[in-house]
Design a protein around this ligand. Structure first.
Ligand SMILES: Nc1ncnc2c1ncn2[C@@H]1O[C@H](COP(=O)(O)OP(=O)(O)OP(=O)(O)O)[C@@H](O)[C@H]1O
Ligand SMILES: [Mg+2]
Length: 299
């Protein structure tokens, strides 16, 4: 059992007539990259705000590092919630120097974080000359200055172009690989799928699903199949050791297999059994289909 970094117990936030979050209980273990996934207005930022003590919860409680939630624990957490405010006319280096003074962190950390986010060779350029993606990387650098054990990011790729998005995601994965725990709020399914290993789904403030990304993504494989000889195809496919179920569609079968097989193994199996295939389409069961199923079950 690994150490527990965060435990929340029935966290609830009520704004006048809106229940922004409702009875949230979850646990995050050390080293996890944890996604808070949910559509706009589902309570992600409110949750992070409470965890950082920027917002007071209406009821419920939470504990960092199995200790508490005072300043002592918050010093072990780096976060970008509202985004740090950088001076346009200062260089990246000078901006970080200012923040490190405020945080009481030594100057020697500045070079380290600039290298970590791949901005070291641009450190003497003014902030205003940075691209959006570079600004976001600098924000992450500032959150890393104190070498926190936990990094909290709220929608870190908002507004970036595809390359900027890919860079930030790669950076988050790299940071996570150093053993830090990452908590990331996002409304983007593929972001959570690519970056996180555990996640929960929020809908109108309620926790409607908790899961592990790899399990939810790979627990089954669905393939559309057709052959000139559909009867033989059905008999053969049902003898496949990973076969789970078969649905008759108009022109093809929709066949579900255990996620321990993959499409090349299925293709080989059909070939070995001398089945002629006229249609073969892998329907990847990804977090997106999973997410839609979950949302449908909770209307
Ligand atoms: N200060 C506030 N006063 C009143 N209602 C608020 C306040 N802050 C948030 N809310 C409401 O709480 C709900 C959750 O908002 P929150 O910002 O946490 O959602 P979110 O999941 O972060 O959304 P987004 O994806 O748009 O960032 C929304 O209905 C929002 O309108
Ligand atoms: Mg938000």
């Amino acid at each position: 059992m690994s150490e527990i970094v965060l435990k929340t117990n029935k966290l609830t936030k009520q704004y006048r007539d809106i229940r922004a979050i409702d009875n949230l209980s979850f646990t995050i273990r050390k080293g996890t990259t944890f996604g808070l996934l949910g559509p706009n207005g589902s309570g992600k930022t409110t949750t992070l705000g409470i965890l950082l003590s920027v917002i007071n919860q209406t009821s419920g409680s939470f504990t960092w590092f199995e200790e508490g939630n005072s300043n002592k624990q918050r010093k072990r957490i780096g976060a970008i919630l509202e985004g740090p405010h950088f001076y346009e006319n200062f260089t990246a280096y000078k901006n970080l120097k200012l923040i490190s003074k405020i945080k009481g962190v030594g100057d020697n950390q500045i070079e380290r974080v600039l290298k970590e986010v791949d901005l070291y060779n641009r450190k003497d350029d003014k902030f205003k000359t940075y691209s959006l993606g570079m600004k976001q990387r600098l924000a992450i650098a500032s959150a890393l200055l104190s070498d926190p054990e936990v990094l909290i990011l709220d929608e870190p790729t908002n507004g970036l172009d595809p390359q900027g998005i890919a860079d930030i995601r790669e950076l988050i994965i790299k940071i996570a690989s150093t053993g830090k725990t990452v908590i990331l709020a996002s409304h983007l399914l593929d972001e959570v799928e690519k970056v996180c290993n555990e996640y929960l789904v929020l809908k109108e403030g309620k926790l409607i699903h908790k899961g592990k990304v790899d399990q939810d993504v790979t627990n089954s494989l669905v393939i559309e199949l057709a052959s000139p000889d559909m009867i033989k195809l059905e008999t053969v496919i049902k003898s496949n050791p990973y076969f789970i179920s078969l649905k008759h569609n108009k022109n093809f079968f929709e066949v579900k297999f255990d996620g321990n097989t993959d499409f090349t193994l299925v293709a080989n199996f059909l070939f070995e059994n001398k089945i002629i295939i006229s249609h073969f389409l892998v329907l990847k069961k990804n977090l997106e289909t999973q997410f839609l199923e979950i949302l449908e079950q909770n209307v």
